[in-house]
Ligand binder design. Sequence first.
Ligand code: HEM
Length: 416
Amino acid sequence: YRLYFHPLAHIPGPPLAKVTYLYEWYYDLYQSGQFTFQLRALHRPVIRINPDEVHIDDPDFFDQVFNQTNGRAEKPPRVAEAFGPYPATIGTQSHDLHRLRRSALNPFFSKKSVTDLVPVMWRPIEILRERLQHAAQTGETLNMKYFFAAVTLDIINAYCFAHEPHNVRQPDFGRKGFDDVDSFLEISLLNIHIPWAMRFTYSLPDLSRQVEAIRNGENTAHEKASHRTVFHELLDSKLPPEELQKNRLRDEAFSLQFPSLAVLEQLPYLTAVIQEGLRLSDPVTHRIGRQFPDRSFECRGVFIPTNTSVSMTAMLTHLNEEIFPEPRIFRPERWLGPESKRLERYLVPFNRGTRSCLGMNLARAELVLILAAVFRQFNFDVSAVRRDRDIDVSRDYILGAQARDTPGILVTVEAC
Ligand code: HEM
């Protein structure tokens, strides 16, 4: 049936992939996060990658698929379920429920809210600068993997819970917590392929405690904070009671923890470095899928019926040789020439449309502020860093992972 009579039977693809998920499982589970790289090797613009899903590798189609005018945009159940049994906004399948949840969060992450947040962001960044000064004097080796993770986590914790900077003060930048997230990511593909396995492994007790401390009135830090805090305001909001349920808010908190502003944002070379960094580092390596109940598509002459699970992969667009010649080379100058406006259409690390990244303004502001604070005053000796092992993504665990034997990004520092 799947090969000859299924509504997607006319779409080309490896025969094994058309009839069974084993093809995808082999690359993702047996070969450990390699399916995305296999999609690149297959080099086909429209392809059926499992019995129920069509993948598109055509950079010009990105806007069309994730366009706001496509009507309802649902998250395919397989993907939504991977985010756990009490889904945060990111794991919400239904279009309408997603809209409700997203509209409660949007005001906290607008450009204006993020600009107001700059003083909060500066506090952990200042502590990092002091750490760099100290390392320049002592010759201490720093692990930049945890350095950057610490500052972004401290910023979001200040914003969500009015917490004081914590990780940037730890000698190892709170490494254990980030290694735990890495271990969680290693099993993320298992959660997509075998969602019921998630129910046995899933627990985020610390975040539950933090949300409940606000609800019970034990955490009143926001009264002293000079900025708004996300969870104090959400709990006071008009969201229906089921949306304020303990486990749902805990998961919302987990999804937010990931990693003068106006003047810095105008600096062309700094902006170009950030654009090129986002293109090459590709934090989200996994394909992003949608189902559109209200419309069908046609891509390169191939008809894709309504409600099909359609996915695209930003990394394949970012490594497309026709758009970004010599795509593996870090070349900020690409973003400075007359072509740069056209190229921006193809820079999609945060995705596009109604379900694109909520934290995009915050992430960009953090990148600008941290790079400006760190790289203007210090030189980094990166001779111990191996790009293929420590920087380049070689496994896709929804987020990109580096080689298994990477020690992180070990550098020494000297003041300029
Ligand atoms: C460089 C940093 C970041 C990148 C590349 C990134 C990328 C993405 C991408 C590609 C999506 C879309 C997923 C989809 O379409 O299904 C997404 C969603 C999301 N991101 Fe980010 N993100 C970054 C930083 C952040 C930060 C700092 C936050 C913290 C607030 C954040 C919060 C979210 C949330 C809550 C969603 C779900 C949005 C929704 O489903 O409506 N992200 N992110």
